[in-house]
Ligand binder design. Sequence first.
Ligand code: SF4
Length: 185
Amino acid sequence: MGYELTKETIVQDALDMGFTHAGLVDVTTLEAREEVRDMCAVDKCHGYDRNWSCPPGCGTIPECNERMHSYDWGIITQVTLDMEDAMDMEAWGEAGKQLHDGQVRLNEELHKKYKDVLALGGAGCNLCAKCTYPDEPCRFPEKRMSGMEAYGLVVSEACMKNGLKYYYGPDTVTFSGMFLVKENS
Ligand code: SF4
């Protein structure tokens, strides 16, 4: 199936690819916050200062803000699955996997059409067995995805400011990602 991947078609393209929800992003609504960065520094996910996709390698909060605002438009992509109950870790894991797989696929498609695409997913990059950070440049900058939180975003705020829910009701789990696109790149 071919995808146009224009600002006008991208939401339907994403739904056709299997995301359960998608919505356009007005980049002026995106706000990188220091307090989110502070949560990364606690290093629960063991990426902080170890990977180009994570802080501080992905840039300071002012740099992340400036970068996000330099794009022309974007899209939030989501995968929502039903859970049997609040402890249904299988559904949780499956939703995360489906979002990641969809993000990888859409990232590849977008990079065929646009040179400058910022891909943000649900977690940092684990493409290489050992990241080159901080001694050598990233091996795969076009494939690399940062977590939305790594860019200082409050995911629920980014969703709500762009007309998407963050929570789809009891016994559901939702993972969200985002792409920002420079139109004439
Ligand atoms: S692609 Fe490799 S070098 Fe680049 S951020 Fe990911 S793990 Fe690190």
